[in-house]
Design a binder for this molecule. Structure first.
Ligand SMILES: NC(=O)c1ccc[n+]([C@@H]2O[C@H](COP(=O)([O-])OP(=O)(O)OC[C@H]3O[C@@H](n4cnc5c(N)ncnc54)[C@H](O)[C@@H]3O)[C@@H](O)[C@H]2O)c1
Length: 304
């Protein structure tokens, strides 16, 4: 297998100033990419602004002999997203890949979730991805090449109590990925996603109770960012020609999510009653021979 080389490529990583995003920036730079380290340095809940995280990561990459520049705008706004894309073009003259990684966290029991916090979660994950990927897509369409990596989460795809806003935003990333992948295909643009786990400030805040026991601390320490960053480097590289892949990565395991539909039960008359659903539920939910459609049209075609 040839080394996956990103020399000459320019990659934008949102939320690149801390945690997993920092690890992505370093891995990409190590493989030769020029990196736009984009991070507004917000608090864990999305409040505040600090240029230091993005600037420090960019400076460390440059000190190591790599190429990097910091962008400290808020990617959850139209202007903030465009600023990051323009910086990539101004500094390096091109943009090859985007890792939509920025995010915040808040947890609450569902009935107590404050509306403003729910909206903030959607803004700092989903809108933050939309506002960088949309202008990046236009640049990539012109050059006929692009790699987009959305950062989703098992907490949304499979569910995690108390994370209503986070789960909704993270699963929304997959809808965005599907459409970008389908519209990007004819222009050489792939869109994939990752569901990481690593003991960053976000994960440690959510698993604060785990840190009370030796076993819990050991488990947290076993979730390392360097077990995830190479997976993102692959998805952001030319070597990855697949699109609509969703890879789960933690503790050294890399696996693929399958979003499929069962073969189901088919009414002979075309009419369906509520009683039919109840009496055929085993057949409806039988996961044997799962169909994994690449688009809504694939699912429709499966019945024609
Ligand atoms: N750590 C995990 O186990 C885990 C699991 C699944 C998904 N994720 C996702 O991975 C991503 C990185 O998480 P992390 O654990 O490294 O968290 P982190 O808090 O260490 O880093 C997130 C970074 O995003 C930045 N950010 C937030 N909103 C921004 C905005 N609007 N514009 C620019 N920057 C912004 C923050 O300043 C911060 O530096 C997040 O999207 C998170 O949801 C993490």
């Amino acid at each position: 297998m040839n080394r996956i080389d990103l020399a000459g490529r320019v990659v934008l990583v949102t939320g690149g100033g801390r945690g997993l995003g920092e690890a992505y920036c370093r891995e990409l730079a190590h493989r030769g990419a020029a990196v736009v380290v984009h991070d507004n340095g917000s608090g864990i809940g999305g409040r505040g602004h600090d240029p230091a995280p993005a600037q420090d990561v960019a400076a460390a990459i440059v000190d190591d002999g790599g190429r990097a520049v910091a962008c400290v705008s808020d990617s959850s706004t139209d202007a903030g997203g465009r600023e990051a894309i323009m910086l990539a073009l101004r500094e390096y003259g091109r943009l090859d890949a985007v890792v939509a990684n920025a995010g915040i966290i808040h947890d609450d029991s569902f009935e107590d979730w404050p509306t403003d916090r729910f909206e903030a979660l959607l803004r700092h994950h989903l809108m933050a991805a939309f506002h960088v990927v949309r202008p990046a897509f236009a640049v990539m369409k012109d050059t006929g090449y692009g790699r987009i990596v959305f950062v989703s989460s098992a907490a949304g795809v499979f569910g995690q109590p108390r994370l209503a806003g986070y789960a909704a935003a993270k699963t929304g990333m997959l809808g965005l990925m599907n459409v970008v992948a389908l519209e990007g295909a004819e222009f050489g643009i792939t869109a994939n996603a990752i569901m990481p786990m690593a003991a960053t400030r976000m994960a440690r805040a959510l698993m604060a109770d785990a840190a009370d026991t030796a076993d819990g601390r050991e488990f947290l320490d076993s979730l390392r960012v360097d077990q995830v960053a190479p997976v993102v480097a692959y998805l952001a590289s030319e070597s990855c020609s697949r699109t609509q892949l969703v890879l789960s990565a933690f503790r050294g395991r890399v696996a693929a999510l399958q979003i499929g539909v069962t073969r189901g039960w088919i009414s002979e008359t075309g009419m369906v009653s509520a009683e039919d659903v109840a009496s055929h539920l085993d057949e409806i939910t039988d996961t044997h021979d799962l169909l994994v459609p690449g688009s809504i049209f694939d699912e429709m075609a499966s019945l024609s």
